[in-house]
Design a protein around this ligand. Structure first.
Ligand SMILES: NC(=O)c1ccc[n+]([C@@H]2O[C@H](COP(=O)([O-])OP(=O)(O)OC[C@H]3O[C@@H](n4cnc5c(N)ncnc54)[C@H](OP(=O)(O)O)[C@@H]3O)[C@@H](O)[C@H]2O)c1
Length: 200
């Protein structure tokens, strides 16, 4: 697949690497394409979004009004929203809602619940052997969720847990804030990750 990565920072860079290794074509969408020094094809945000089969948005959540406007109207295209609402006040619209309303795309929230190091390497050596960590997603588009399942597998994640439709997106963001709290504020470090287990 052709995957547009909007925002080639920590998260965009980690997932671009995994997906390129899995055989996908990566297009970088940047507000300053001429300043990006990368092996990937680098385009404007609008061109990358239009040319891609799937789009990953990995910019600051606070920048979403600008980013979504740059993407433009792309009804029905699959967009993965990996942002978190850091610095977005309670009165402001959430990035997921802005992305969906402005683009008309099939937006799914995913790849936001764990640190970028875990995205670059989702397999842990543990006392129980090697374990691939899990991913969590929410959104109203079955096609977008199917794409996340495939791309999570291609990136090396374990199971993908479907938290529900658009109204459950806050639960998926809350998982990100719980991870950030444990890893950073509670000083557990960034080498921690979630794996759900099921009783037989
Ligand atoms: N870091 C993590 O471990 C982690 C984990 C899960 C989720 N997240 C979420 O993922 C998102 C990205 O985090 P990150 O750590 O990858 O950030 P980052 O390293 O700072 O990268 C952000 C990227 O967004 C671009 N960007 C910033 N403002 C923009 C704008 N107004 N328009 C277009 N592009 C813009 C930047 O490009 P320029 O070169 O143009 O500035 C940069 O490529 C955030 O929402 C964060 O909350 C982060």
């Amino acid at each position: 697949m052709k995957i547009a990565i909007i925002g080639i920072g920590n998260v965009g860079g980690a997932l671009a690497g995994r997906w390129k290794s899995a055989g996908h074509q990566i297009l970088i969408g940047s507000r300053n394409p001429e300043n990006i020094n990368s092996d990937y094809t680098t385009l404007t945000i609008q061109d990358a979004a239009r040319q891609a089969d799937i789009i990953l948005v990995a910019t600051p959540g606070k920048a979403m009004p600008q980013v979504a406007t740059s993407i433009g109207s792309i009804p029905g295209k699959i967009i993965i929203d990996a942002t978190n609402s850091i610095g977005v006040s309670p009165e402001e619209k959430k990035p997921f809602e802005i992305l969906k309303n402005v683009t008309g795309g099939d937006v799914v929230k995913a790849f936001n619940t764990t640190g970028f190091e875990n995205m670059a390497n989702p397999v842990y050596d543990t006392e129980y052997g090697q374990i691939a960590i899990d991913l969590f997603m929410a959104g109203g588009s079955p096609a977008a969720k199917e794409a996340v399942k495939q791309l999570a597998g291609h990136a090396g994640f374990g199971e993908v847990w479907d938290m529900g439709n658009d109204e459950k997106v806050p639960h998926v963001e809350a998982m990100a804030f719980a991870w950030i709290n444990l890893a950073i504020m509670q000083k557990q470090g960034r080498n921690i990750a979630l794996k759900m287990i099921r009783r037989k």
